[in-house]
Design a protein around this ligand. Sequence first.
Ligand code: PLP
Length: 397
Amino acid sequence: MRIADRIERLGVETAFAVSAEAAAFAAEGNKVYPFHLGDLNVITPSNIMDAAEKAMREGKTGYCPNAGIPQLRELLADDVSRSHGIDYTMENVSIQPGGKPVIGKFLLALMNPGDEVLYPNPGYPIYESQIEFQGGRALPYGYVEGKENFELDMDAIERQITPRTKILIFNDWHNPTGAECSPQELEKLAGLAIRHDLYVLCDEAYFDVRYEGKSVSLASIPGMAERCVILYSFSKKFAMTGWRIGAAIGPGDVIDVITKLNVNDESCSNHFIQYAAMEGLTGDQTQARQMLDTLRERRDAAADILNSIEGVRCFRPNVTFYLYPNVTEAMERKGIRDLDEFREALLHETGVSVCTRLHFGRALEGEKDFYIRLAYSGININEIREGLGRFKAFIEG
Ligand code: PLP
């Protein structure tokens, strides 16, 4: 069979190839320290599992409305209204099988072929894939090292805007860097979106994965809610990555189109899992809080060791479960000039499996430094200490 031409423009998540490589290395009898995948080795809170089972046994096993069950839409609208200070109702919420589907559906709803879309690079690879697959022009913007964390390269955004630029994809609490915008940066970004009449996808997959303080959304800035669609995810907040449940939240007319795409794609999201999601929002939060405590301990252990390695420099983000150390000097010490070669050497010499900058988009012009990404969500603290101890010995030895 001859595959359709458009498939050539469809990208993948190359991080999955790293998983396969790590699995093959482990199958040869080697010890692997899995820092590569943004998945959790913490189990979903038991009250959420109980709610799913109860709903299943009560017969919530058939189709449900395309936009999701009204009870969950209402609850989520109330929840996000409270956390964002925006007046959402259930008409603003379309339940989706995960946060990821919101990316493609948002673009299908709002982007015409030839439209320009600003997106973060390094960033979640599905943005670039979906923009190009659907015939848009992908305009990458980056992040730069600040004093305490990575900062948005605001100039790169502004510089690239033309009359054809229609959309900004923004992922605060950023994968892979862990960057978070300051209130001043959010104001500036909002001003820019309003001035240039941009629609915004606010990817808030990590809104609640934070160790101190409170998340503030770009959508909450006055004048922004009417031009923002929020990608909401239950995946990371409640350790529910494999359950596949999330939502698109935004202006009613766009949400209706997104639901119409559901009618054509999956009909509806899983029925009984929506009752589990309701339990997540309203039930006991003890286990979700414990998960954050566990993640914080892991972050601190990993950041401490990484920063003790000669030639490695690492921020300690207050959000997400990723670290994005600069390894330029460490690579020089080892005489390695290619980032993927460094990753492979690290895996084969120490068992430490990581992703690199290259798994989050094509390197931008002028980028000189080398970065790797470590996810500490899928590895216990003892293994973090052991694996990164080996990493240190490999660089310094
Ligand atoms: N957005 C970002 C930035 C992510 O890192 C992820 C998952 O890793 C997602 C969206 C999608 O998450 P999900 O589809 O599990 O809700």
